[in-house]
Design a protein around this ligand. Sequence first.
Ligand code: HSE
Length: 425
Amino acid sequence: MEKRLKIGLLGLGVVGTGVIKVVAQNSAKILSTTGIKLEVAKVLVRVGEDKKTIADEYGFTLVHDINDITSDPEIDIVVEVMGKIEPAKSFILNAFNNKKHVVSANKDLIAQYGNELVSTAQQNDCYFYYEASVAGGIPILRTMVNSFLADEITEVFGIVNGTTNYMLTQMLENHLSYETSLKQAQELGFAESDPTNDVDGIDAAYKAVILTRFAFKQDLKMQDFSIKGIRGIDLADLELAQQLGYEVKLIAQTKNSNNGVYADVAPKLVPKFHPLASIRNELNGVFIKSLGIGESMFYGPGAGSIPTATSVVNDLTVIAQRIAEKRQVTPFTNYQEQIKLQKANAVSGRFYLALKAENEEQVTKIATILAETDLAVELVEQNQTETFRLVYLTQKITLEKRDKVIKAFRKAEVEVTQMMEILEG
Ligand code: HSE
């Protein structure tokens, strides 16, 4: 008789529904490659959630108590696609403590509580895979594990939040407001239920934390790096950047050198010739610089039901394959807890700087501050409506100097309406 692995699925939202469909559609292929049939046996939903139609169609049992899954000796693997921290964290720990393997797409949880989850998985000899937690459908984590073994990654950066990339594309191409483009991203199911984490760069930062573990084997913490999103970004800045030969993209970046790791999340000006500049809408792209391969880019859907679910089901298939081959359980990646961080005076870049001055006096003050801080700039726009708008591109400066300049403008009550780094090609 064919061997079966029974799955308990936690959550039946956008991704959970996709997992049901992808398992059903690929069941025969998975059986022929692994010799194992994957079967979603039970699905945990909230009391009052009406999921009877899909449960009848695909033949699984709906349950409301996590213990109906974790205490069921027939369940082999738990798939967590509920999102957020609790109760997902307790449910996953419960699953490991009951010797169930776990697949999760939960970047919030893995970025913040990865160490506890990974060590509990190891103590219980369980697999813990989470490919779908970064860049949805792009198989980036396993690629870093398997295909860079003979290489050394020095830098990983890219577009890892589908919602904000969709918004930036729609604002520019269809002249939509920030609010309208966000509403559309929510309607299309890309955004989180509360889109704060998307627009404030936090979702991208969670993914940067996970990418850093895989790229550099170091454990970046959320408090270790600067995180800025696109909240309230002005269409005028997107349009001016385009005229200057750039696309504005929310970039998550992590790089490693002898001086340590530097990471940040921020909207940046990406030169139009760079492959990341052409990534539109909810698509994601991860660009890797490494000593051996040089430059490589991985591109695909970063959000959405079926792409994300396909990544989850691929993790399930890898577990099935390893079980079939009676392989020893090993962690997805090994990373040490200590991180060596770069100092702000060791990191430098060029910046797009947009200022708002209330009156002529403030315009003069801007010139004084630029002289006093010895900041060489190129003026790329100056206009006056009720107030004055001045936009500059700076020379290469350290982050320490950037912060000093911002402080000087603040002190003079000149509003810095936007400051974005120009990504090096
Ligand atoms: N809200 C996330 C995004 C979903 O827009 O990228 C995928 O992680």
